[in-house]
Every structure is written in structure tokens, then in C-alpha cells.
Design a protein around this ligand. Structure first.
Ligand code: SAH
Length: 269
């Protein structure tokens, strides 16, 4: 694996215990991984984190802090979220071995990967999982399914090392898929267009938005494909604006017609 610099960031979402951050850094370091990203950690840097890192100080020192999940995922082309439980959302589920292979394949085609871990008590929220291409569940017993955060990091890091050792040299392929930041910009445009064309007809947009999000994450469009979709949305918006103008004109001319008729009859009197 050492000949490939794996662009895989381990993202810890709102970790509560600094000791877990340190233990996660150690777990990554033992498997040759170093990109640690933290979103709103409760305490960091912290002596407990340093103690639990047991010498993996370089990983801790290089940790990148983010204000929110969007910022942490922005440049990535593949995001996988670890969760002990299937939540109420339908998302492809992988085991850590399958996930590791998916991540190595993505790196081999010059993609950038994020693997996301939840808070110790609350795990990942549905909205957070919805930003991922798939969820990863470490098989465990139903009645006691939740591992310690750093232990979950260890399992994932180990599987990555195993999959990386077996992997072949990077292969060039089609254009790299769009980053999650580019996809977010597209989603915003899509939601706007759906409003403009009155697609929801008064219904709440959340369910359809989540389904569309899932569809596009699965399709993994590249940048050029996204440009085509942006063009398509812009064209729809223009048609909608013209239609709105025409119907406004209709209303106008109807009003003018009424006024004209009024005047005419007045004139006749
Ligand atoms: N009480 C939380 C568990 C949090 S454990 C819950 O039920 O969701 C902290 C994090 O470790 C989780 O958010 C997840 O990212 C990871 N984790 C723990 N056990 C896991 C498992 N069996 N499979 C996948 N991820 C797990």
C-alpha cells in the first residue's frame, strides 16, 4: 500500500471525548493512514487526546478542523458513513471489507474519499447519512451492536490496509466524478428549479429531495455531466419565467380588455 498515497480522510463528527480522538489517531497511524478531520470536537487539542494517541502525534498535529459536514466533504468524490444501526433511510449498506475495496478503487481513479464516523452517544443523524453514497455497518450482535468510536476507526483502517495491500497500481479512467461540493451546488440549483416550476404543488419537498439526492449520489456524475444538468435546469427556469410572463400578460390584457370594454361602453353612452 505504501506506493499509493491514499487520499482517504477519516472524519469524526462532533466527537465528545478527546481520548477517542487520540485513540482514533493511533488506530489510523498503525495502518499507515494519517488524514484525520474533525467537525466541532468538544475538546481539541487536549492532553487526553495526546495521551491516547500514544505517539501518533503527527496525525493529531495534522488534524484538520471543520465548521460543518459540508466543509469536510467538499472536495471528496466518495463519502461513506459508518453506523451501527440501520436508520429510517434507505441507503446501500456495505460491510467494512466491501467499503474498503470501494474506497481503494476510488483512490485508484484519482478520487478523494471521506469516511465518516458519528458522535459517541448519538451516532450519525439521518441528514448526515443522506450525504453519503453508502453506509457501512460493522457486523455485530443486534442486542449490543455499537463499538467504541476509536475501535470502529480501527476496524475500518485495518480493512483499508488489507484491501490496499492487495490492490493494483492506479489505473487511469474516465473523468473524475464531481466533488461533493460541486454536487451540493447542483442540488441547490435543482431545488430552486423545482420551486420555480412548482413541482411540489404545496407538498413538503424533503422526501423528494432526499430521493433525488440518493439518485445523483448513486449515478456519480462527472463535472461535464453536471454542466449539462445545470444547462437543463437553467433552460427549464427560462421557460418557466416566460410562461409566467405570458400568463401575466394574459391577465393584463384580460384586465385591459375589461377596461377597454368599459371605456367603450362608456363612450357609447
Ligand atoms: N449510540 C450510537 C453509537 C455511536 S458509536 C448509535 O447507536 O448510533 C460512535 C460511532 O462509531 C458511530 O457513529 C459509528 O460511526 C461507529 N460505529 C460504532 N459501532 C459501529 C458498527 N457496529 N458499525 C458501524 N459503525 C459503528
Amino acid at each position: 500500500m505504501s506506493h499509493i498515497d491514499l487520499d482517504i480522510r477519516f472524519v469524526l463528527m462532533r466527537p465528545s471525548h478527546p481520548g477517542n480522538i487520540g485513540a482514533a489517531a493511533r488506530a489510523m497511524r498503525t495502518m499507515g493512514l494519517s488524514r484525520l478531520h474533525l467537525i466541532q470536537p468538544k475538546r481539541f487539542p487536549d492532553a487526553q487526546a495526546t495521551a491516547m494517541a500514544a505517539g501518533a502525534d503527527d496525525v493529531l498535529a495534522g488534524a484538520v478542523l471543520h465548521p460543518d459536514l459540508g466543509d469536510a466533504l467538499a472536495p471528496c468524490t466518495l463519502a461513506l458513513g459508518l453506523s451501527a444501526r440501520r436508520r429510517g433511510i434507505t441507503l446501500e449498506e456495505l460491510n467494512p471489507r466491501q467499503a474498503a475495496q470501494r474506497m481503494i478503487d476510488e483512490c485508484a481513479r484519482a478520487g478523494r474519499v471521506a469516511v465518516l464516523f458519528g458522535n459517541e452517544r448519538t451516532g450519525l443523524e439521518n441528514d448526515e447519512l443522506a450525504r453519503c453514497h453508502a453506509m457501512v455497518r460493522i457486523p455485530s450482535v443486534d442486542s449490543f451492536s455499537s463499538l467504541n468510536l476509536a475501535q470502529a476507526v480501527q476496524v475500518m483502517a485495518y480493512e483499508l490496509r488489507m484491501a490496499g495491500d492487495l490492490s493494483v497500481e492506479p489505473v487511469p479512467c474516465r473523468q473524475p466524478v464531481a466533488s461533493l461540493e460541486q454536487l451540493e451546488v447542483f442540488f441547490e440549483h435543482l431545488w430552486r428549479t423545482l420551486e420555480v416550476i412548482n413541482f411540489h404543488k404545496g407538498r413538503a419537498p424533503q422526501v423528494i429531495e432526499r430521493r433525488l439526492r440518493k439518485l445523483f449520489l448513486r449515478a456519480a456524475p462527472d463535472w461535464q455531466e453536471l454542466q449539462i444538468l445545470h444547462g437543463l435546469l437553467a433552460a427549464s427556469e427560462r421557460v418557466a419565467a416566460r410562461t409566467a410572463m405570458v400568463s401575466e400578460q394574459d391577465v393584463h390584457s384580460a384586465e385591459e380588455g375589461v377596461a377597454a370594454t368599459g371605456e367603450h361602453s362608456n363612450g357609447q353612452e
